[in-house]
Write a new protein. Structure first.
Length: 381
């Protein structure tokens, strides 16, 4: 019997495997990973530095341990170079590997922007354990860090680095923090809280160049401002990995396109996680991945199941200012209503019919998360 093959050993890949093994202990299972295939919680990467955690301390289980737990063959440091969907085979480091069903859980890559200067290669991103190890090594002895991006990851890193005693400059072309998630007053409250712990923001501008200086890196912003930094971290977003799927003739758009059952345009091939566009939604967050993994495990075990997306608030890991956001669905017309108090901001998004479709809670207002989530209609299901 050909195995079910899962490409990717991040949260999506390993969770599908775990949920599948709860339902089926006999079907052969193989996971292929481009990295060492350790199991860890990716969200920890943006708040582990202040806790002085090494990459080894973040990893919860090795590939060998995961293989034993899942009764699966796990192939670390291995690349899939091609998928033959007609023949149900993969090219894995030159070897032809058969599959009965294939799961693409291949994640996303950090976005890159064109930069000038002779230190462009010194710009770091943190997207996996190996990245974090390089980042932690570079941060040793650093005093000042420049962060490109004031979104969720950029703000989390800024808060974490300040907690470790490093200076942090955050640069973003948007006019506010979490520009894609928060309405203005909530964003201003978060900004003020991070500034109160020493974070410096530079809004409405981009980084033009990164060059080697005499002792530090020298950043030049598009408006001519120059900033010194010991290291530069790019946190401007993620781009789903779609190339492998596209080269196999699988439909792609912003991500690998699937229906509500995580089925791609090709029979016996499924996708989930950061690489997937599920019924029009690309949601690179933990809760959607968990929902998708549970549904897909049932489908793989012979019970086709549609994924359900209830209201899924996103918790931003900024201890200086607790923040929770449940963004309204893309394309829904309506307006934000914000109420600001001394200890927080409570923002509600109602559509044009008056129905609550999203919320943003900052500071003390985060206490309302559970109550409000109950009133948000499901995104799918």
């Amino acid at each position: 019997m050909s195995p079910i093959v899962i490409i990717g050993t991040g949260l999506a890949g390993y969770t599908v495997a775990r949920e599948f093994r709860k339902l089926d202990t006999a079907t052969p299972l193989r996971l292929v990973s481009r990295d060492e295939a350790s199991f860890y919680s990716k969200p920890v990467l943006s708040n582990a530095y202040a806790q002085k955690k090494s990459a080894q301390q973040i990893a919860l289980n090795t590939a060998r341990e995961m293989g034993a737990q899942l009764h699966a063959i796990i192939s670390p440091n291995t690349r899939v170079t091609a998928i033959d969907t007609a023949g149900h085979t993969l090219q894995v480091d030159g070897e032809s590997v058969p599959y009965s069903k294939l799961v693409l859980a291949i994640g996303a890559d950090p976005m890159r922007v064109p930069l000038e200067g002779d230190a462009v290669n010194a710009v770091l991103s943190v997207n996996d354990l190996a990245d974090y190890a390089r980042f932690r090594a570079a941060a040793s002895g650093a005093r000042r860090v420049a962060i490109m991006g004031a979104g969720l990851i950029g703000c989390e890193f800024a808060n974490d680095l300040r907690g470790a005693g490093l200076d942090a400059d955050v640069i973003d072309p948007a006019p506010q923090t979490l520009g894609r998630l928060l309405p203005p007053q909530a964003a201003a409250f978060l900004r003020a809280a991070l500034e109160n712990i020493g974070v410096r923001f530079h809004f409405g501008v981009t980084v033009k160049s990164v060059a080697h200086g005499a002792q530090r890196l020298d950043l030049t912003l598009a408006d001519g401002t120059r900033l010194p930094a010991d290291m530069v971290l790019s946190a401007i977003g993620l781009k789903p990995r779609i190339e492998l799927g596209a080269s196999a003739g699988i439909a792609v758009n912003r991500g690998i396109v699937t229906d509500i059952r995580l089925t791609t345009s090709v029979a016996d091939v499924y996708a989930l996680g950061d690489c997937a566009e599920v019924a029009g939604h690309n949601l690179p967050f933990v809760m959607p991945i968990m929902q998708a993994a549970r549904a897909l495990a049932k489908t793989l075990s012979g019970a086709p199941t549609a994924v359900q997306y209830p209201a899924m608030p996103v918790v931003v890991k900024t201890p200086a200012c607790p923040t929770v956001v449940c963004p309204p669905p893309p394309g829904v017309e309506g307006k934000w209503e914000e109420n600001t108090a001394a200890d927080g901001v409570r923002a509600l998004f109602h559509d044009n019919s008056g129905k609550l479709r999203g919320f943003a809670l900052v500071g003390a207002a985060t206490k309302d998360k559970q109550a409000l989530a109950k009133d948000i209609p499901p995104l799918l299901g």
